[in-house]
Design a binder for this molecule. Structure first.
Ligand SMILES: [Zn+2]
Length: 321
């Protein structure tokens, strides 16, 4: 189920219940004057793990949880909303991730990311004026979770051809085609979304919502997650926690698409239009991460794709980002 979504100025939000606030610092700073809440408990998470969330959420008070921030705040808030049996309202200040549309929370364990079932927000409040005014590098970074369809679909077909799919993740041609349509929609809106245009941001949000709903109905995320996410999970161990999801997935999409021998021109253009930094990961870290990726993917039992088959000779095809 996708959350009920309200498009409205944050100043018009009328909330009378005492609020438990889960937030990211810069996001809360950006909205706290407009969004008038009776905050009785607050938490700025720094980590994504159950133990950490349980420990810091133990004294939670309030009748509703508000999440104001990016993926980490939202994933934390979804978990706390379930464990404390409270309604959850999400106020994204950027179209930065698909986390505020999904029913799962990503947790870090043993150097990898796993998803645990939590719940979708009960309500999503979007003020495009706030989002458009946000930092350029974040406001449309969610495009990475739609552009990853390009590499995720390739891996899904590849895994099908290699006989590596289970009945639960069997290849479905019409789902592939729907995903391609969503990918097209995001490529078409990238420039406008990146520049903070309201219609562009709305289309990007729609693409994310459709991608999430497609994965919900299909029962897995093979149409959207492939080796580019495996690369992102692995390289996070070197680059450190707390980097925006898109900073890792964005380069991953281009690297993996090139290894898959796809034309990366349009993908690269869209990422740059959405201000995704592509050159933050040092070249030697990229190379070492890709070299270790087959072993990493097996060790963490990740869905089969090109990551499982990389060799030194395939790494000759790496593009200059
Ligand atoms: Zn993602």
């Amino acid at each position: 189920m996708l959350p009920k979504t309200d498009y409205m100025p944050l100043r018009e939000v009328a909330e009378s219940r005492p609020v438990a606030l889960v937030y990211g610092g810069p996001a809360w700073e950006a909205v706290k004057e407009r969004l008038r809440l009776n905050v009785v408990w607050r938490f700025e998470p720094r980590e994504a793990s159950r133990d950490y969330w349980d420990q810091h959420g133990a004294d939670l008070r309030g009748e509703v949880i508000y999440a104001v921030g990016g993926g980490l705040a939202v994933d934390t808030a979804k978990y706390l909303a379930v464990t404390h049996d409270l309604p959850l309202v999400c106020v994204p200040t950027a179209v930065s991730v698909d986390a505020f549309l999904t029913w799962a929370s990503g947790v870090r364990r043993d150097g990898c990311v796993y998803y645990i079932e939590t719940k979708p927000p009960d309500r999503l409040i979007l003020d495009f004026e706030v989002i458009a005014a946000g930092p350029a590098s974040i406001r449309a970074a969610g495009i990475c979770d739609v552009l990853s369809i390009a590499t995720g679909l390739w891996d899904w077909r590849f895994a099908h051809d290699c006989g590596q799919l289970t009945p639960a993740t069997a290849y479905i041609p019409y789902v592939d085609q729907i995903a391609q349509g969503i990918l097209r929609g995001s490529l078409d809106c990238a420039e406008a979304a990146g520049r903070g245009d309201r219609e562009g941001l709305k289309q990007l949000l729609d693409c994310l919502a459709l991608e999430v709903q497609l994965c919900n109905q299909t029962g897995h995320s093979r149409p959207e997650e492939g080796s580019e996410h495996i690369f992102a999970y692995s390289v996070e161990n070197v680059m450190g926690k707390g980097l925006p999801h898109g900073d890792l997935v964005g380069p991953g999409i281009l690297l993996v698409a090139a290894l898959q021998e796809q034309d990366i021109t349009e993908l690269r253009r869209a990422l740059l239009d959405c201000n995704i930094p592509l050159t933050n990961i040092p070249a030697d870290v990229i190379r070492q991460t890709l070299r270790d990726l087959p072993e990493y993917a097996r060790r963490h039992n990740l869905p089969y794709g090109i990551a499982h088959t990389l060799t030194d000779s395939s790494l000759q095809r790496l593009p200059v980002l």
